[in-house]
Design a protein around this ligand. Structure first.
Ligand code: ATP
Ligand code: BTN
Length: 244
């Protein structure tokens, strides 16, 4: 459905590229890069984006229901990508609340949803995904946490164009579906893929650390943490989950 195909030699961030062009983009417009000069994660953190080794992909989506409906979108996208990778032969792909994909307890991909728009109007979303495909130990040596790549997770690595096309198609279909049914259709699927379900975890909330057992997500997409006080839902972008 894209109206044009541009080839650009250098890009800072595929998310930024689309955010800068929000008024001119058709629904589902995609920016796909071989390399990003300033790939980013949540809260300004860096997303390491070496040349040619990985997939850096963003999609524009206008959400008529507005910004509030965008809550939980990274969960939905996580399910879509995990299922798409499994359909391509990757086994045991997991999700980590709120925006990561994991394989064997290591970070395989990250999702970054950014938006512009006014309260009460349509939200303009950019959904970005960084998927490690063949990043080497050396290329990823600056990453301060355990990570992996699709080469480890797949016995037969799909061809790059097939991988990108499958993810783009799945993402588009998932966003359309999400607009019709909301989070409801995804909760059970997310919980089935949850890397930390029934495992001890800690939540980093600013300076505060809360420990407990992860019990999946509720119908609002909040993380459920069981402590001696019972089960408490946690929402909001300022929370980080870590395994214990
Ligand atoms: P949170 O639970 O808050 O999301 P996070 O550490 O996963 O925590 P993000 O903002 O989601 O933080 O992702 C950015 C982080 O991901 C970086 O700080 C770095 O540790 C890690 N990272 C950066 N590039 C890559 C990459 N290519 N593959 C895997 N991990 C990466
Ligand atoms: C995270 O784990 O915090 C999310 C990382 C998201 C990285 C992708 S790569 C494509 C898109 N462009 C960016 O600058 N970030 C996202």
């Amino acid at each position: 459905k894209c109206s044009s195909l541009d080839l650009i030699p250098v890009i800072d961030s595929t998310n930024q590229f689309l955010l800068d062009r929000v008024g001119q983009l058709p629904q589902g417009a995609v920016c796909l890069a071989e390399y990003q000069e300033s790939g980013r994660g949540r809260r300004g953190r860096q997303w390491l984006s070496p040349f040619g080794s990985n997939l850096y992909l963003s999609m524009y989506w206008r959400l008529d229901a507005g910004m509030a409906a965008a809550m939980g979108l990274s969960l939905v996208v996580g399910v879509a990508i995990a299922e798409a990778l499994q359909s391509l032969g990757a086994d045991d792909i997991k999700v980590k609340w709120p925006n990561d994909l994991y394989y064997q307890d290591r970070k395989l991909a990250g999702i970054l949803v950014e938006m512009t728009g006014q309260a009460g109007e349509a939200a303009h979303l950019v959904i970005g995904m960084g998927l490690n495909v063949a990043m080497t130990e050396q290329e990823g040596s600056d990453i301060g946490q355990a990570w992996t790549n699709l080469t480890q997770a797949c016995s037969h690595l799909p061809e790059r164009n097939q991988l990108a096309a499958t993810l783009i198609r799945r993402l588009y279909e998932t966003l359309e579906h999400y607009e019709n049914v909301g989070l409801d259709g995804f909760i059970e699927r997310w919980n089935r893929l949850d890397n930390f379900l029934d495992r001890p975890v800690k939540l980093l909330i600013g300076e505060r650390v809360v420990e407990g057992i992860a019990r999946g997500i509720n119908s609002q997409g909040a993380l459920l943490l069981e402590t001696e006080q019972g089960i408490t839902p946690y929402v909001g972008g300022e929370i980080s989950l870590r395994g214990c």
